[in-house]
Design a protein around this ligand. Structure first.
Ligand SMILES: [Zn+2]
Length: 323
């Protein structure tokens, strides 16, 4: 049986969200101009029989051009949820803010986590007129308690895990909060243990989440002995040690290498991009029209390679159904 499925995930969120501060005033100024730029990406996916899964956060559920696009192309895409805990209603101010960064969902009291998940899930179901089963968390944060909240609200597939990457050097908003260490997480799809998000349960029960990690492989680089451990991980996060199936304008060959490695293992590939990276200036990587044209050139070549390698396009929930 082939496991050669290609999953495309798009974190669908406001423009330049990295630069927005975690304050009520900053949040009220978030723009969603990138919603107008997504149809070009959708059409490219359809050209190669690929089925993108748009993981949508709160503000993008209000973007009219994006909503219209998804209705027009509804048979060739999936809508899932993307949790940006810090600006997903209901707004809840955390008392200790010495972490000085955007909050992780796990920093909120459990009843607030539930309210946030309930709010965005109902909103997406109403706006996009479909059930919502797939999820990726903002800032690559999940924990067993949050996963249980998602299961309670009907989610059965998550794609937040970034195998090999340790995010514990990234603060949240409160002083002690840290990201998740995925350095030992599986690289292949797995039923997630109820106790540890990086541990595989031998078989599913009705209460398990299927995890489909992003395709990330370790580069063959020699780590200098003088490099401090912390630097090692920080560099890893900065893409010097790991290759991601995520375009950055200069990694077409690295991305093709991932596809060929996964193909040799008869494994799925999972690509990721942010919706704002498809608009010139919507992000700090692709700032100009020319850089967007170069990105589309890379995407054409990558998608065509994926097709040549015998991959079949699939959405996240259809992939869960096949497992
Ligand atoms: Zn995000």
């Amino acid at each position: 049986m082939t496991n050669k499925y290609c999953i495309l995930t798009i974190d669908t969120e406001g423009d330049n969200i990295w630069k927005v501060r975690n304050s009520k005033c900053s949040i009220s100024k978030i723009t969603t101009k990138n919603g107008k730029y997504l149809e070009r990406f959708q059409i490219l996916c359809e050209k190669y029989d690929l089925i993108p899964t748009y993981l949508v956060d709160y503000e993008m559920s209000l973007s009219k051009p994006f909503i219209e696009m998804t209705k027009y192309h509804r048979d060739n895409l999936e809508i899932g949820m993307h949790m940006h805990a810090w600006n997903n209603p209901p707004y809840y101010e955390l008392s200790n803010r010495y972490g000085k960064n955007k909050s992780y969902i796990g920093e909120y009291p459990i009843e607030i986590q539930r309210k946030k998940v309930e709010c965005i899930t109902k909103q997406l179901e109403n706006v996009f007129e479909c059930s919502i089963k797939s999820h990726r968390s903002g800032r690559w944060y999940i924990d067993p308690q949050y996963i249980q909240v998602l299961i309670d609200y009907g989610y059965n597939i998550d794609c937040t895990v970034t195998p090999g990457i340790n995010w514990t050097y990234n603060n949240g908003q409160t002083e002690e909060s840290r990201g998740i260490d995925f350095s030992k997480a599986p690289q292949k799809a797995y039923y997630m243990s109820e106790k540890n998000v990086c541990i595989k349960e031998s078989k599913s029960n009705n209460n398990t989440m299927i995890e489909v990690p992003v395709s990330i492989i370790k580069k063959r680089v020699r780590i200098s002995e003088t490099l401090k451990y912390a630097d090692f991980w920080k560099r890893g996060v900065r893409n010097e040690i790991f290759s991601w199936l995520r375009p950055n304008g200069k990694n077409l060959e690295e991305m093709k290498k991932i596809v060929s490695v996964k193909s040799a293992e008869n494994e799925y590939v999972e690509f990721m991009i942010h919706s704002s990276e498809l608009m010139p200036g919507g992000n700090s990587t692709f700032r100009t029209n020319d850089s967007i044209e170069a990105l589309y050139k890379d995407l054409e070549e990558l998608f065509s390679y994926i097709k040549i390698m015998g991959y079949e396009g699939i959405s996240l929930s259809s992939f869960a159904d096949r497992l």
